[in-house]
Design a protein around this ligand. Structure first.
Ligand code: KG4
Ligand code: ZN
Length: 323
């Protein structure tokens, strides 16, 4: 089955073609219009998606050598409502025009199942750490559509914390890759930072860490690269602590990373050293938002018999536990 997947939930306009033999094409356009604002401006995102979606989709089909796929999938949530509407409406229109089945994909399920596109791939059940700009949750993925959140952030997402710390360090946007690069030249033990823990819960909190970093920066006592490296180490420590607790609690030893922050060098390097764990780390380009992960999740749902009506609404808030 040849599936076209369309993703426009935030600031990437993406389309990809995935078949039974793997990814045939994966085209991602990252919007640049937000850079001046150091954060995504929803209305500008929607407009830029509307401008690019046709060209990006054409390119994905052309690169795959496919004129017409067998089915069309699109992200219908969670995400920015205007941005979601562009991709979902475009995809549903294509499905209507071509008379093809349509599947509505949850963006978080796209991330969580993205490690299945890699070789070797994890098999169910596995622990999936979804760390992105909007979400940070450790899931137990039991089977397609059966996901249990074991630990979630109660405030900032990991990527959001990266972006805010980058702002404190006067770096650009998005901050994650810039901190990652700066941290490579810093000393992770130079700045003492907290590893926030919530009483009686495995949930995560990054806001205290973010504030502590801001104070260290404002003190003027530390080198920027040392702050970046120490912050990065604290984030990785906190995330890996929850992963190890989940491994002990569930007995599941396959751990997969997903989401934009999974592109982080320190996180990728650490997860493969966890004792007793088999780690699955997707290619960097498959961590940040892309169409292949949407086509992949949609394809698995199509194979399971799912078809969604063309009037399926977009859902800006759509928890993965309620699919
Ligand atoms: O998954 P994603 O592309 O979009 C959302 O669904 O949110 O994640 C974007 C987030 C941004 O906050 C960005 O700063 C972060 O992923 N990110 C990184 C790295 N690359 C992207 N964070 C840390 N290290 C990186 N190398
Ligand atoms: Zn994402």
């Amino acid at each position: 089955m040849v599936v076209l997947g369309i993703e426009t939930s935030c600031d990437e306009t993406a389309a990809a073609v995935v078949s039974d033999s793997g990814i045939l094409s994966d085209v991602v356009y990252t919007q640049t219009v937000h850079e001046a604002y150091r954060g995504v401006v929803p209305e500008l995102a929607a407009r830029a998606h509307a401008e690019k979606i046709t060209a990006v989709t054409r390119e994905a089909l052309a690169r795959a050598g496919v004129e017409r796929p067998d089915a069309i999938c699109a992200t219908t949530g969670p995400g920015l409502i205007g941005a979601l509407l562009v991709g979902a409406t475009f995809a549903r229109s294509l499905a209507l025009g071509w008379g093809l089945p349509f599947v509505a994909v949850n963006h978080l399920e796209g991330h969580l199942l993205s490690p299945l596109l890699e070789r070797p791939a994890p098999s169910f059940p596995f622990l999936g750490l979804v760390v992105s700009g909007g979400h940070t949750t450790l899931y137990l993925a039991r089977a397609l559509g059966e996901y249990e959140a074991l630990a979630s952030t109660v405030d900032d997402a990991a990527g959001e914390a990266y972006d805010k710390v980058a702002r404190a360090l006067s770096l650009g946007y998005p901050g994650g890759p810039l901190i990652d690069r700066l941290a490579a030249t810093g000393d992770a033990s130079a700045v003492t930072l907290p590893r926030p823990k919530l009483k009686g819960s495995d949930d995560l909190s990054f806001s205290g860490l973010k504030t502590a970093v801001r104070q260290r920066v404002e003190s003027g006592l530390y080198r920027r690269e040392d702050v970046a490296a120490s912050f990065q180490e604290a984030v990785v420590d906190v995330l890996m602590d929850r992963v190890m607790r989940a491994v002990e609690r569930t007995g599941v030893t396959q751990v997969a990373l997903a989401g934009g922050v999974a592109a982080n060098s320190a996180l990728r390097a650490r997860v493969v050293t966890l004792p007793g764990v088999t780690a699955f780390v997707p290619a960097r380009s498959r961590c940040t938002d892309n169409g292949a992960m949407i086509a992949n999740a949609g394809r698995l749902r199509l194979l399971a018999g799912q078809r969604d009506p063309l009037n399926t609404p977009v859902r800006p808030n759509w928890p993965l536990e309620r699919l």
